[in-house]
Design a protein around this ligand. Structure first.
Ligand code: ZN
Length: 175
């Protein structure tokens, strides 16, 4: 699974295993701090070993990969757009990833402003005047890529860490 060299991404949803069988006492949930501990230490190492741009690109690509898998596995790709968004909102809330809202939508131009409140990655972090949710940018890109077959530019413009109370993402078709 992780000992094979690879030129292509190999993650498959089945790699997540049977959590119910494996954790009969502890179950499928855990503390948010543990998720952040893993993500932020990994990011720390990537920045130290490479640089911030490379770390960001790796996080974006991993988020995109996760978003594609998430969409393929958990969402109905054949749903109409509004139904698709409702299902996405429901899943993100159910899995306690965040509370997604569509703040602005121009369906003709496929441009959107999305907000995520209580975001798993950043809500409650120290305010440091940075937008940090690179993984989320990639995740949204991946979900939309899997759903539409088209590539989107996803940019976080506000973040808990930049002093806002939600993460806000500008989404537009990639040129
Ligand atoms: Zn954020």
């Amino acid at each position: 699974m992780f000992k094979e060299e690879r030129e292509e991404l190999m993650f498959d949803w089945s790699m997540l295993g049977d959590v119910a069988a494996g954790r009969p006492n502890l179950g499928s949930t855990m503390d948010v701090n543990v998720y952040r501990l893993m993500q932020f230490t990994l990011r720390d190492v990537l920045i130290k070993r490479y640089d911030t741009d490379t770390a960001d690109r790796i996080f974006y690509e991993a988020g995109q990969h996760a978003g594609r898998s998430f969409c393929a596995e958990l969402l109905n790709k054949n749903a109409e757009f509004n139904d698709f968004v409702v299902e996405l909102q429901d899943k993100l809330k159910l899995l306690k990833i965040g509370i997604l809202r569509v703040e602005k939508a121009d369906l003709d131009a496929m441009r959107f402003t999305l907000t995520v409140a209580e975001d798993l990655d950043c809500s409650g972090l120290p305010v440091i005047d940075e937008t940090i949710c690179t993984y989320d940018e990639g995740f949204i890109n991946g979900v939309l890529l899997e759903y539409t077959g088209k590539n989107f530019d996803v940019k976080e413009v506000d973040c808990w860490c930049s002093g806002d109370r939600v993460c806000r993402f500008d989404v537009k078709p990639a040129i």
